[in-house]
Design a protein around this ligand. Sequence first.
Ligand code: NCD
Ligand code: ZN
Length: 350
Amino acid sequence: MTDRMTNRITIRRPDDWHVHLRDGAMLSAVIGHTAAQFGRAIIMPNLVPPVVTTADALAYRARIQEALPAGSDFTPLMTLYMTNGTNADDVVRGFEEGIIAGVKLYPQHATTNSNFGVSQMETIHPVLAAMERAGVPLLMHGEVTDPAVDIFDREAVFVEGVLDPLAKRFPGLKITLEHVTSAEGVGYVESARAGIGATITPHHLMFNRNAIFQGGIRPHYYCLPIAKREHHRQALRRAATSGNPRFFLGTDTAPHTRSAKEAACGCAGLFVAPVALPTYAQVFEEEGALDRFEAFASLNGARHYGLAPNAGTVTLVKQPRFVAEDVAVVGGEAVHVYRGGEEVGWTIEP
Ligand code: NCD
Ligand code: ZN
């Protein structure tokens, strides 16, 4: 039963199509939270320095596997970070050998660790053509970086000025608009050509931009793309719960230490992994759409990436659970958990 009054819901084991696992002590501190909930995850390549070659991806994958808690059943799906110098042969070979699942495009300076990003789209046209031929997905951080464009408009301007021309120039290229946050982005994906999908984060479904300024400046609500006005959040909730297969789960869990966020120039990114699945379940329940939760969490993304859904299931029960405020990182630092210090209404059955 998955109607509005349901207190328990069983779905296929879900996947997270957008995760920042970081490296070193931070990787060890956060990975268990993702591995406990998801069968697979697309691992973002924005390390310092970034994951740019198949060899880098193989090495990073080995570090992730090393850091996994014993007994985890979790497959990291690796991505490469597109640069002006990305080698098309390496990309295609890495994809065909099953080492990478896609390539991530960050417009230069768009977000955390994106200074290696692409400055001129024309530079990468040969790589995109090779990806189109070989069926390699392109994952896009969908914001322009022109400082003259208002931060709340950067996604809409990107969709019209960068994504749409690129989708037309490479009509067979599989594209994911990562962490869509605006009504314009949702509208574009809904009416786009085949092969274009979008991930939606739990936090963009939960709060609008007011949260960032509630009684003062709140660094733990600051992420990129930045949360927007309420009508955009409503568009995201409609899209996520609509059953439209183009929209799927991608948490954009992006841990930073407290000291990196609670600063005069705080980092963008929310650590949402510990509450990810329960938060999505809450949104689907609030929208009366629990019957569509499995498609969003466990089926649509796999189909977009050309993979079979996971075997196995996960059961969530409507049972409040207190969320710890912080996760400790070896070395003494702590990461604030999104919704930490609150009760969350759904719990994953062990
Ligand atoms: C991400 C990070 O910290 O790596 N930050 C964020 O606000 N989401 C980068 C990103 O996905 O934009
Ligand atoms: Zn991200």
